[in-house]
Design a protein around this ligand. Structure first.
Ligand SMILES: *[C@@H]1O[C@H](CO)[C@@H](O)[C@H](O)[C@H]1NC(C)=O
Ligand SMILES: *[C@@H]1O[C@H](CO)[C@@H](O)[C@H](O)[C@H]1NC(C)=O
Length: 342
């Protein structure tokens, strides 16, 4: 909602919020201030696969030479946050396009706006798949008008902390299984995934780890997903949002970064932890203001998710774990495509 400094009682704000939500419900594209990020008209739908139209209005599709390669999140009317690995240095920015307000990629819709990319700011630390700093800022060739289908998500401030087990949503147009692309008309997919602590995620990734594959979960990474593989679709796309709900708003807790191939147990999706880069974002683009995230309940230890395999202690583990006895589960794990499809 817009800032109304000096406007008095809080209930006025509440009324304004209700009115604003009413506008969305009527499908009228309201032009609202920056601090109304992360709000959508629909409630949260859990366990679905195809998203409702306009449900994730910050989700964008990034095209290279006309082909969808990555997702991204709208964070203001001119900036998108995505993953650095979506922009290899050999590619020219003229070759990219950003589609906003899209739902089915194969159908033209008047709700969709397309922009070129005027600038890509990749993090200096990013070097290769699985390295730190897999984050990039994109400036659109011209600003977009917010609508029911095009809205920004909130950027979490540096001190934000999202508790283990929090149910967040990853969205994207990625493959539905290894080497199986999303079928026509390619509607946006969503998957509910609980957050997993970094320590537990490190423990999981060291189960049957292959040499040469990235398996160290760095300080700037966040994991989310299922250990047992109860979901059977690979959803999401590199660069796309991991949206977490806190007190009625959605925050960009993570950016889809990497993970093992779909179907591998003990390999939750790995995301760039956006809050770590709050000051980098603000330093690079002064107009982007990360938001303070209301304090949530304390994180409960989640070491039990890995303890079955090696007697993992629920106390925070440091560094890599030793050799582990593997107990294959024989279940498929439905998670994210590790890479863009270029
Ligand atoms: C996987 O784990 C989740 C939560 O831990 C549980 O709800 C689900 O039933 C499990 N699925 C299978 C197939 O074991
Ligand atoms: C984060 O910082 C803001 C002030 O910058 C403060 O109001 C808020 O309580 C802090 N949140 C946490 C979780 O420490």
């Amino acid at each position: 909602m817009a800032r109304r400094s000096g406007l008095g009682p809080r209930w006025l704000e509440a009324v304004a919020t209700v009115l604003l939500l009413g506008l969305f419900r009527n499908g009228i594209g309201a032009v609202v201030a920056e601090d109304s990020c992360g709000m959508v008209p629909q409630g949260r739908i859990t366990g679905g696969t195809t998203a409702a139209r306009g449900q994730w209005p910050w989700q964008v599709s990034i095209n290279h030479h006309g082909t969808h390669v990555c997702g991204g999140s709208l964070v203001s009317n001119q900036w998108v946050l995505s993953a650095a690995h979506c922009f290899p240095s050999d590619n020219k920015i003229e070759e990219y396009e950003v589609k906003l307000g899209a739902h089915q990629l194969d159908y033209y819709s008047t709700d969709t706006q397309v922009r070129g990319v005027a600038q890509v700011i990749s993090h200096e630390k990013y070097s290769h798949e699985g390295s730190m700093g897999d984050i990039a800022l994109l400036r659109l060739s011209s600003s977009v008008t917010f609508s029911r289908y095009i809205r920004p998500i909130c950027l979490p401030a540096a001190n934000a902390s999202f508790p283990n087990g929090l149910q967040c949503i990853v969205t994207g147009w990625g493959h539905v299984a290894p080497s199986v692309s999303l079928p026509n008309p390619r509607p946006l997919q969503q998957l509910e995934v609980p957050l997993i602590s970094r320590e537990t995620c490190n423990c999981l990734y060291n189960i049957n780890a292959k040499p040469g594959e990235p398996h160290l979960i760095d300080q700037d990474m966040l994991c989310a997903g299922y250990v047992n593989g109860s979901k059977d679709a690979c959803q999401g796309d590199s660069g796309g949002p991991l949206s977490c709900p806190v007190a009625g708003r959605w925050y960009l807790a993570g950016i889809v970064s990497w993970g093992d191939a779909c179907g591998a147990p003990n390999r939750p999706g790995v995301y760039t932890l956006t809050s770590v880069y709050a000051s980098w974002i603000h330093y690079k683009v002064a107009e982007l203001q990360p938001q303070v995230v209301p304090q949530m309940e304390e994180s409960q230890p989640d070491g039990h998710l890995c303890s079955r395999y090696k007697g993992f202690n629920s106390a925070p583990a440091q560094g890599l774990v030793g050799p582990i006895l593997l107990l294959p589960l024989g279940l498929t794990l439905g998670l994210l495509r590790p890479l863009h499809e270029d």
